[in-house]
Ligand binder design. Structure first.
Ligand SMILES: [Zn+2]
Length: 353
C-alpha cells in the first residue's frame, strides 16, 4: 500500500459520499491562495466528499496535505439558504437532525443515527426550498463561494503558524488584540474581578484560541483583498461572518452528539472557544474595514450586528433547545445495539439524502 492509498483509507473512515451538489472541488481557489502565500506551495490539496464535512491539515510521511471536504460546502450552502429565509428556526431544526444522524453514522452508532434520520424525515420539507427568492438563491451561492475561499485560506494560515509562529510578532499581537476586543466591547470588565475575567485567563493560557483567531483574521484580509473586486465589502463581511457562525453551529452539533452519546460533559472550553472566536471575527472584520475600506464601515457594522442577533435568536437557540430535549430520549437508544448490516446503513443514508 503506498502513501496515497493510506491517505485515502484514512479519509474514507469518515464515510465517503457518492454524490455532491457542490461542483467546485476548490483546487483552483487553493492555487490562487498559494500565489498570495508562497510559503504554502509545498502543501498538497486533497479534495474529498465525506459525511464528516471537515477541512484540516495533516502531515503524513513528511508531506503536508490540506484535506478539503466538499460536503462542508454543500452544508454551508444549505445553511446560507436557511439564514436568508425567514423560517430559519424550523429549517435549522430539521437540518440539525440530519447533521446529528451523519455524526452518529460516522461514529458507527447506527441505532441513534437511524433515530435522528427518522426525526429528520418526519419533519415537513425545508421552507427555504419553497420560499427562497431567486435573488437570495444567488446570494446564498455567492456567500458559499466566499466561505470556500475563507476555509482554504484559514487552513493554509495554520501551516504558516506552524512554520513561523515563533518569529512572527503578529501572533503575539493577536493575543493582546483579542483581550482588547473583549474589554473594548464590554464583554469583560478590566477593572473588576468578575467571573467573566476567566475569559482573559483562558486567552492567556490557551494557544489554540490565539492560533484560530490569527488564522481567521489573516484569511479575512486575504479573501477581502481578492474578492472585493467583484463583491461589495458589506456583502463580503456578511458572508465571512455568517461562515464563522455556521462553522460554530456545525461544531456545536458535533460536540453535542459526542456528549449525548457518552453522557459525559466534555467541558465548557469548547463553547467558550467558539464564543470568543465569533466575537473576535465580528470586530476583526470591522477593524479591518475601518482601516482599509472606511466608506463601508457603518453599513458593514449594521449588517454584522443584525446577523449576530438573528443567528443567535433563530439558528443557535433552536439547536440548543433541540439538543437539550434530546438528552433524555437518547439515553435509551444509546443502550440499544442494532445490527450493522449494510441494508440498515443504506436505509439511513437514503433517509438523510
Ligand atoms: Zn482552524
Amino acid at each position: 500500500m503506498n502513501k496515497n492509498d493510506l491517505l485515502n483509507q484514512y479519509i474514507a473512515e469518515n464515510v465517503l459520499r457518492q454524490t455532491s451538489q457542490w461542483n467546485e472541488d476548490g483546487s483552483e481557489i487553493f492555487n490562487n491562495i498559494v500565489q498570495i502565500f508562497e510559503f504554502a506551495n509545498h502543501i498538497k490539496f486533497v479534495p474529498c466528499n465525506t459525511y464528516s464535512k471537515e477541512c484540516y491539515l495533516m502531515e503524513y510521511f513528511g508531506d503536508v496535505f490540506l484535506v478539503f471536504d466538499v460536503y462542508m460546502l454543500e452544508t454551508l450552502l444549505e445553511m446560507n439558504s436557511i439564514a436568508l429565509n425567514n423560517r430559519a428556526s424550523k429549517d435549522m431544526e430539521k437540518l440539525a437532525y440530519r447533521l446529528l444522524s451523519e455524526e452518529y453514522f460516522v461514529m458507527q452508532r447506527y441505532a441513534v443515527s437511524l433515530f435522528m434520520a427518522l426525526k429528520f424525515k418526519g419533519r415537513s420539507g425545508y421552507h427555504y426550498l419553497l420560499q427562497l427568492s431567486e435573488s437570495n438563491q444567488k446570494t446564498a451561492l455567492t456567500y458559499t463561494n466566499v466561505q470556500q475561499w475563507f476555509v482554504i485560506a484559514h487552513e493554509v494560515m495554520h501551516q504558516y503558524y506552524a512554520e513561523y509562529k515563533r518569529e512572527n510578532p503578529d501572533y503575539q499581537a493577536k493575543r493582546i488584540y483579542l483581550k482588547n476586543v473583549l474589554v473594548r466591547h464590554g464583554f469583560v470588565d478590566a477593572d473588576t474581578n468578575d467571573t467573566i475575567n476567566d475569559w482573559i485567563e483562558y486567552i492567556d493560557k490557551n494557544d489554540s484560541i490565539v492560533e484560530e483567531c490569527f488564522c481567521d483574521s489573516t484569511a479575512f484580509i486575504a479573501v477581502m483583498s481578492v474578492l472585493s473586486k467583484r463583491i461589495s465589502i458589506p456583502d463580503l463581511a456578511t458572508a465571512l461572518f455568517l461562515g464563522i457562525q455556521h462553522l460554530r453551529a456545525i461544531s456545536y452539533i458535533k460536540t453535542e452528539a459526542h456528549i449525548l452519546s457518552s453522557q459525559k460533559f466534555v467541558g465548557e472550553d469548547i463553547f467558550l472557544h467558539a464564543t470568543i472566536r465569533i466575537i473576535h471575527a465580528r470586530y476583526a472584520l470591522l477593524d479591518h474595514i475601518s482601516d482599509e475600506y472606511p466608506d463601508h464601515k457603518s453599513d458593514a457594522s449594521n449588517k454584522l450586528q443584525q446577523s449576530f442577533i438573528q443567528y443567535n435568536e433563530k439558528q443557535i437557540d433552536s439547536i440548543v433547545r433541540l439538543t437539550n430535549n434530546l438528552g433524555v430520549e437518547c439515553v435509551n437508544i444509546h443502550a440499544e445495539n442494532i445490527q450493522t448490516e449494510s441494508a440498515i446503513q443504506r436505509f439511513i443514508l437514503d433517509l438523510i439524502k
